[in-house]
Design a binder for this molecule. Structure first.
Ligand code: NAD
Ligand code: USQ
Length: 396
């Protein structure tokens, strides 16, 4: 496919925070979109007792109907579990994709670290989904391009610069280009490392083509499509299991909860606006990998420490007329709280990404929406409940 053609796109995990806005974004640009989801994210929220701050439509049929009513464009819906081979087969055979955008995994590091069952479930769900998709690509769509959402947390925080997926290593007088070493940040992140290994092998052995988007932490509520109608909104979470840093801090500031900096707050990560996620996925789709290629793009636009983020949200709150505070809470995670961090992120910029950078104005805009739904915030879900490190070794 070339950059001017319409693509038949399969969006796996198309009911999620990023998947639903991606489906609309690509449909709005003339691509033929099919979404697949089994509502697992919604079900797991019921298990934890939390829910999206922004109300969302009841299901994908409602979302797709609203989209068609407002734009005249169709998004096809398949409801089913990607760990079920029959579902994956059907989705591939019916949609005959040129591009497969794979968001369909459990995305929560804290969820995967709560107990053995959730850890095993996360890894089973994520790794089996991806294996099924690789076999479907091999057997039904070998020319299609896989755009897979990986994560910057696959690399961890090594004391060297982080490259985009590959590194040339000189060792004992010999040299090779090898996958960048991984120090994943949780069992969820470990599932993404396993996916990357499995995808790279499929490209090398079967000639498939794939782009692994090692994405940083995403923030934001709105895209050009979600704001068209409340029925098109995407989910927005603030609880300690599913919510992510900037989104959580914004909600905390609005409801008067001290911003929950974990530990020393020197943890540094890459971040990007949800609008840039959509553009990065589009750029990857329009400029596919070649057959046999496994390429990796580090998908984030800026890096911040947690303290920098909390202070930025504090300043935005002040401008908005809220006096927010910061409170260091005991870090529930096992992670370095002060470390070197310098991750390359050139390749998407080279393809044409123009980043939406984080600013106090943008944060204030998020406050506006959060303010509208502040009565839906359950403050009991803000503080983390599970610790990642066992308190003591158990004698057996
Ligand atoms: P999300 O949970 O909102 O979306 C994932 C969707 O996949 C959900 O709707 C879920 O129901 C679906 N899904 C999961 N397992 C499934 C299965 N077995 N069958 C069918 N559908 C299934 O998460 P998100 O925040 O939109 O993240 C999307 C992807 O991007 C994930 O792979 C995540 O790891 C990755 N990612 C997210 C972020 C972020 O900050 N949100 C950052 C980096 C990477
Ligand atoms: N943190 C706080 N306070 C909070 C929440 C988080 O200090 O209230 C800190 C964490 O300790 C961590 C950092 O913020 O150091 C990021 O945590 P997060 O919860 O925002 O994000 P994380 O758990 O890393 O996971 C999220 C998405 C996941 C994605 C990942 C990208 O949920 O799907 O893979 O971001 S990355 O972090 O680059 O691996």
């Amino acid at each position: 496919m070339t950059s001017t053609e319409r693509h038949r796109v399969l969006v796996l995990g198309g009911d999620g925070y990023l998947g639903w806005p991606t489906a609309m974004y690509l449909s709005a640009r003339g691509h033929e979109v099919t979404v697949v989801d089994n509502y697992l994210r919604r079900l797991l929220h019921m298990e934890v007792g939390s829910g999206s701050l922004v109300p969302i439509a009841d299901d994908l049929d409602q979302r797709a109907s609203a989209w068609q009513e407002l734009t005249g464009r169709q998004i096809r819906v398949v409801v089913g579990d990607l760990t079920d081979w029959a579902v994956v087969q059907r989705a591939f055979l019916e949609s005959e994709p040129d591009t497969v955008i794979h968001y369909g995994e459990i995305p929560s590091a804290p969820y995967s670290m709560t107990n053995r069952e959730r850890c095993v479930f996360t890894q089973h769900n994520n790794i089996i989904n991806t294996l099924n998709i690789l076999w479907a690509l091999r057997d039904y769509a070998p020319q299609a391009h896989l755009v897979k959402l990986g994560t910057m947390g696959e690399y961890g925080t090594p004391d060297i610069d982080i490259e985009e997926g590959w590194i040339v290593i000189n060792h004992n007088g010999r040299s090779d280009r090898l996958p960048f070493p991984k120090l994943p940040a949780s069992y969820y992140h470990c599932s993404k490392v396993a996916d990357s290994t499995n995808i790279e092998f499929a490209c090398r052995s079967w000639g498939l083509r794939a782009t692994d988007l090692n994405q940083g932490v995403v923030y934001g509520i709105d895209t050009d499509e979600t704001v068209l109608d409340p029925r098109l909104s995407t989910r927005f979470d603030y609880d300690a299991v599913w919510g992510t840093a900037i989104n959580r801090f914004c909600v905390q500031a609005v409801v008067g909860h001290p911003l929950t900096v974990y530990g020393g707050g020197g943890q540094t990560r890459g971040y990007l606006n949800i609008r840039d996620t959509l553009r990065c996925v589009e750029l990857s789709t329009l400029h596919p990998a070649v057959p046999g290629e496994f390429r990796v793009f580090n998908q984030f636009t800026e890096q911040f420490s947690i303290n920098e983020l909390a202070n930025l949200v504090l300043r935005a709150a002040h401008d908005f007329g809220i006096e927010a505070t910061i409170e260091s809470v005991e870090n529930p995670r096992v992670e370095k709280e002060a470390h070197y961090y310098n991750a390359k992120h050139q390749r998407l910029l080279e393809l044409g990404l123009t980043p939406h950078l984080l600013s106090t104005e943008l944060v204030e805009h998020m406050f506006d929406t959060i303010e509208r739904y502040r009565d839906r915030v359950a403050s009991s879900h803000i503080l983390p409940k599970a610790r990642w490190r066992p308190r003591a070794l158990v004698q057996v």
